[in-house]
Design a protein around this ligand. Structure first.
Ligand code: BGC
Length: 450
């Protein structure tokens, strides 16, 4: 039987990026360094010694990049604001030139009929704040609210969709527990504290928004659903803990005002008792939630794992991306239905979804053929449509990413873009996935039909 994948006509079609991954010129016009600037310049931290010094040079090429968005027919563009461009020391003194960059970008988007969607924090904490303890310092919630207020005052109205924090799990697991991401700590006692403070900061940002803002604000989680490798009770319990650790540790305090009880077992003696009062801050009402979905994980018990969340079991006979992630579109639907069941029918944007695959070299003025990425997008967009049919309140979708960019400590080696970027010349070339996505947007999804 043939199916129709037509999306609502007001569905928001977008693409996403983040500041440090594309802008380049991280210290231009009086900006203060971020923890990523420091980390990337620390020998041994980045693949190939890559840094965000130039990246996609979007800081200078943003007008051309807005034309790429226009060619796709994007309705919205999700970008992040570098905190240190606005407040070089993280608090206090405002750097007007840094704010002006985002003001120009927003104007350019609006002039081209593209709705700006701004994320306040996509991992690039000002280094000056890291020197004061970063997310381990309880004052970080106030620092974030101060910074957010400055940005709201400058851009709210022109920007109508805001997010506080992007992927708090990655910030704390990668930055404070396993050390693969900035600030590069490996400390089991720090991770839950950083996680708690970042959710307090998100709440403080939302509270600040209600004082000055007139539109919508939410928070962005990366949700990776967990499936048990077997019916063995040990595997089932490990799966439950993995779900609590990666997904509920962040969404629960924001949306339920509590933590899942499993976190005590997961972190053992490193789990502190947080003051009950904090939850009125973490649970500030959101207008929407952003969900980033890439893959799932199949979990098997492993008594040596820390935290106590088992280990991922590699799935054979299926496609994996260049980052080693299984392509599993059913996980998107399962995630969205689970989210609705656990947290209610809050409006949702898919704020990131995409894949790194090997892209063949670009011949002059050619289209880069990326059939695996096209297939990934097609499957996930169909699953997204099925989620809407299942009653999940989904407002929009942002492909990750507009451009090939700096994939954090993996450097430029992993390409997620709809547009290929030649990092030696900065030439952008559309991939077949860009054409595919433009067609989906133009037909409201009808081109996905069987
Ligand atoms: C992040 C992006 C990143 C992407 C692919 C997400 O975790 O928000 O910054 O590039 O996934 O790894």
């Amino acid at each position: 039987m043939s199916r129709s994948y037509r999306f609502p006509t007001d569905f928001v079609w977008g693409a996403a990026t983040s500041a440090y991954q594309i802008e380049g010129s991280p210290l231009a016009d009086g900006a203060g360094p971020s923890i990523w600037q420091r980390f990337a310049h620390t020998p041994g931290m980045m693949a190939n010694g890559d840094t965000g010094d130039i990246a996609c040079d979007h800081y200078h090429r943003y007008k051309d990049d807005v034309q790429l968005m226009r060619a796709l027919g994007l309705k919205a563009y999700r970008f992040s604001i570098a905190w240190g461009r606005v407040l070089p020391e993280g608090t206090g003194r405002i750097n007007q030139k840094g704010l002006d960059f985002y003001s120009r970008l927003v104007d350019e988007l609006l002039e081209n009929g593209i709705e700006p969607n701004a994320t306040l924090f996509h991992w690039d904490l000002p280094a000056a704040l890291d020197d004061r303890g970063g997310w381990l310092n309880r004052d970080s919630a106030d620092w974030f609210a101060q910074y957010a207020s400055v940005v709201f005052k400058a851009l709210d109205g022109r920007v109508k969709l805001w997010s506080t924090i992007n992927e708090p799990w990655v910030v704390t697991d990668g930055g404070y527990l396993h050390g693969a991401l900035a600030p590069g700590h490996r400390n089991k006692y720090e991770a839950p504290i950083a996680a708690h403070n970042i959710m307090r900061a998100s709440g403080a940002g939302i509270e600040a928004y209600r004082a000055v803002g007139k539109h919508q604000i939410g928070v962005v989680f990366n949700i990776e659903p967990k499936y048990s490798a077997s019916d063995n009770p040990k595997d089932v319990a490990a799966t439950r803990r993995a779900q609590a650790y990666m997904n509920e540790q962040f969404a629960d305090p924001a949306l339920l005002g509590s933590y899942p009880s499993e976190l005590k077992d997961i972190f053992e003696d490193a789990w502190p008792d947080f003051p009950q009062d904090d939850f009125s801050l973490t649970q500030q009402p959101v207008d929407f939630v952003g969900i980033n979905y890439y893959t799932r994980s199949v979990v098997r018990h492993d008594r040596h794992a820390y935290p106590l969340i088992g280990k991922r079991v590699y799935q054979r006979n299926t496609t994996h991306t260049e980052t080693g992630w299984e392509v599993y579109e059913q996980g998107l639907k399962d995630t969205l239905v689970w989210f609705k069941d656990r947290y209610g029918n809050v409006p949702i944007y898919i704020t990131e979804n995409g894949a790194a695959f090997y892209d063949p070299p670009v011949a002059e003025s050619d289209v880069v053929q990326d059939p695996l990425r096209v297939d990934y997008l097609r499957k996930h967009l169909r699953a997204l449509h099925e989620s809407i049919e299942a009653g999940v309140n989904i407002k929009g979708y942002y492909a990750w990413s507009l451009l090939d960019n700096l994939e954090w400590s993996l450097g430029f080696s992993k390409r997620f873009g709809l547009y290929h970027v030649d990092f030696s010349t900065q030439k952008r070339t559309p991939k077949a996935s860009a054409k595919f996505y433009a067609n989906v947007i133009q037909t409201h999804g009808a081109s996905l039909d069987d």
